[in-house]
Design a binder for this molecule. Structure first.
Ligand code: UDP
Length: 329
């Protein structure tokens, strides 16, 4: 007798990471239930899955009570705005999805006896005073700054998840995701890579915030998905960094994008946003030891694949401004 198909709920399914996770779990032969309220996600990212027998989509906001019929083996909670400009536009929803939303999904996991993996973030380290960041570093977060709505909600998410593990014995996993890039990022989401590539494609100057000396470490999405898959299948319940330790300054990153795109535009400097972390690099010793995982795609290759995706967008998509109106709740 063949083993029954695993049933997986993925929240944030129409988003950048969520949609890639849906692809992965479909490829693993699972029945995937995607859920998204489509505030920052886009159905275009999962259009290709809609016709599949083993994919279902629920248009739902997980900060409200979540109901899914039937059994569930795994839940992956990836619903959340993920870009600093989104936190400013929808701060309350950003707080709610990782607090109330996490609580609802932990409750669902209990009822279904499912294993749950939650998407935490390098932002729990804030503007870090330890470099590179190891999982035992507790972070340096400004709770009331503009990024606090995301950072603190994710910290609460970790605390709540751990409490469900220790108090209820729930099977939980926590991944701390560092800057990730790849096809299906939203061009106007304000993050540095879509911002630079969009500017190059439209023939605009590249906007560096601050003097460009701040660093980030960019991981290609396929590598991230592999790390997440391995973590879910492991038996480790503490938080695990998953990211690419190859660190670069934003100034050098702009130069790489200029070379990649062949744009003749220059860089222009804008003020650094409040609480913008000065440096960020994952220490992935734990992921290497526990999961036998490390990134395989170097930045040159990952950027080429991402640029191919952005080049395939229509002119309308390229020039589309973010005019969405949000409820104040
Ligand atoms: N950044 C920039 N120009 C832009 C957008 C972002 O210089 O047009 C900088 C931003 O200030 C930060 C870094 O790029 O230092 C990464 O920003 P992003 O919003 O992608 O993610 P973060 O890692 O800050 O959450």
């Amino acid at each position: 007798m063949s083993t029954p198909r695993k049933r997986v709920l993925i929240t944030g399914a129409a988003g950048f990471l969520g949609s890639h996770l849906c692809d992965r779990f479909i490829a693993e032969g699972c029945h995937v239930i995607g859920m998204d309220n489509l505030i920052t996600g886009d159905l275009k990212n999962i259009e290709h899955l809609m016709k599949l027998e083993h994919f279902e989509f629920y248009h739902h906001d997980v900060s409200k009570f979540v109901f899914v019929p039937g059994e569930l083996d795994y839940i992956l909670h990836f619903a959340s705005p993920a870009s600093p400009i989104d936190y400013l536009k929808i701060p309350i929803q950003t707080l709610k999805v990782s607090s109330l939303g996490t609580h609802n999904l932990l409750g669902l996991a209990r009822v279904k006896k499912a294993r749950i993996l939650v998407a935490s973030t390098s932002e729990v380290y804030g503007d870090p005073t330890v470099h590179p960041q190891t999982e035992d570093y507790w972070g340096n977060v400004n709770p009331i700054g503009p990024r606090g709505v995301y950072d603190e909600a994710k910290r609460f998410m970790e605390a709540m998840t751990m409490a469900y593990h220790t108090y209820h014995g729930l099977e939980t996993r926590i991944v701390r995701i560092f800057n990730t890039y790849g096809p299906r990022m939203r061009l106007n989401d304000g993050r540095v890579l879509p911002a630079f590539i969009g500017q190059a494609l439209r023939g605009e100057d590249l906007t560096i915030f601050g003097d460009g000396s701040q660093t980030r470490s960019f991981c290609f999405v396929d590598d991230l998905v592999e790390g997440i898959y391995r973590l879910l299948m492991s038996d480790y319940t503490g938080p695990v960094n998953v990211g690419n330790p190859q660190e670069i300054t934003i100034g050098d990153f702009a130069e790489e994008i200029i070379k990649l795109t062949g744009t003749s535009q220059k860089v222009v400097y804008h003020p650094l946003p409040q609480d913008d972390p000065k440096q960020r690099q994952p220490d992935i010793t734990l992921a290497r030891q526990l999961l036998g995982w490390e990134p395989k795609v170097d930045r040159a290759e990952g950027l080429r694949r991402t640029y191919d995706y952005f080049k395939s967008l229509t002119r309308d998509e390229l020039y589309k401004k973010d005019h969405r109106q949000f409820d104040k709740k």
